[in-house]
Design a protein around this ligand. Structure first.
Ligand code: ARG
Length: 367
């Protein structure tokens, strides 16, 4: 019998089918312009590259496998990517880099909108071929679901013209970074459309897209033309010195309620659509940790990188006590999930997943 496999219009409707990433063969890629701009200046990762230590890969896989079986026990179908050889270099007519990244986190690459899964352009050279990890799944969905639309955004050239050279000096300093991001001067230029899927949040008819290091204005315009039935809103968060991927900054929990990172507040002039429709934007609780784990790209704000299972139930990282407490106060049932030792592989509970099926259709929450 033919059936619908792919359907997901927002971040909160009841989750029935999801992809969970794998840590296999993940690499810290060599230096390249957009990635260097993102690695925090005081990070233990500066100047290092190569395959991640096996024991960290094994530990991350253990946690990801546990997360997958927890979801399965709740009746959610879970699929996993098929890792390609990430030690292989990437060479195109325009650039060369000596290794790839991994098949974590799927949220960065795959954007599900209704019956479509769109492979993002990506903006790091080391992630140019990352979609290949998910192709076996995409092929399967395509064969099983006659309405599934498998789409791929135009592959970017990623020449040096895509990156502002000002961002490439060794020490920029956080103060200057904050000034630049407030001015919307990011490492990526407007040479060609660029976006990562994790800069997009889905609110039914509306898509909210972060303009930052990994997504430029042309990328947002590309998304707008690609989804003509949607309204596409560009947002930015001036308090973030390393603005990539919206999901540790702005986290919708259910219709009418969003958590916002208190250090990266949505500017007043960008709040109109939410205010006009009585959506509440509340400050997220503080992270439980003062520093990210070793060899990690992300900040401690992965505390708010949660996976909503339905409008009343949310998975929160098990050590994030303040975030769990806040969810409880907001009337959510909390499912604690241990994941911190996998953060280094690219993110938290929202990042390490990608939606395939959530119940429900395309609603207009901002009429
Ligand atoms: N930029 C975020 C932070 O460090 C991390 C976002 C990770 N998200 C993702 N989808 N990989 O606070």
């Amino acid at each position: 019998m033919q059936k619908t496999i792919v359907n997901s219009w927002n971040e909160w409707d009841p989750l029935k089918h999801v992809i969970v990433g794998r840590a296999d063969d993940c690499h810290i890629p060599p230096e390249e312009p957009a990635l260097d701009a993102k690695v925090p200046e005081d990070s233990d990762m500066r100047g290092q590259w190569g395959r991640r230590p096996q024991e960290t890969i094994d530990r991350a896989n253990e946690l990801l496998d546990n997360f997958a079986s927890l979801l399965e026990k709740r009746g959610i179908r879970v699929d996993r990517p098929t890792p390609i050889d990430h030690s292989k270099p990437v060479t195109t007519p325009d650039f060369h880099t000596d290794s790839q990244f991994g098949c974590m986190p799927p949220r960065d690459v795959l954007l599900t909108v209704g019956s479509e899964i769109l492979e993002a352009t990506m903006s790091y050279r080391c992630r140019w071929f990352e979609y290949l990890n998910y192709r076996p799944l995409m092929q399967r969905y395509w064969e099983e679901d006659p309405n599934f639309r498998h789409e791929s955004a135009p592959k970017p050239r990623l020449t040096d013209a895509d990156y502002h050279p000002d961002y490439l000096s060794e020490k920029i300093g956080v103060e200057k970074r904050l000034k630049w991001t407030a001015e919307k001067f990011f490492v990526t230029t407007e040479e060609e459309p660029l976006f990562d899927a994790a800069d997009v949040l889905r609110f039914g008819r509306d898509l909210v897209v972060q303009h930052g290091f990994t997504t430029n204005l042309k990328g947002i315009e590309w998304i707008r033309r690609h989804f003509p039935d949607h309204r596409v809103h560009a947002v930015n968060f001036p308090g973030d010195p390393y603005p990539i991927h919206i999901d540790a900054t702005f986290t919708p929990l259910r219709p009418g309620l969003i958590l916002n990172n208190p250090q990266r507040r949505l500017p007043d002039e960008q709040r109109k659509m939410f205010n006009d429709n009585d959506w509440e934007i509340v400050d997220a609780a503080q992270p439980a940790h003062n520093t990210p784990p070793p060899l990690c790209y992300s900040s401690t704000w992965l505390s708010m990188n949660v996976l909503v299972l339905d409008p009343k139930t949310v998975c929160v990282e098990a050590s994030e006590v303040y975030q769990m407490e806040q969810m409880d106060k907001l009337g959510m049932e909390v499912v604690p999930v241990e994941l911190r030792d996998a953060y280094a592989f690219g993110g938290g509970l929202h990042c390490c997943t990608a939606d395939v099926y959530r119940e429900g259709g395309c609603e207009d929450y901002f009429p």
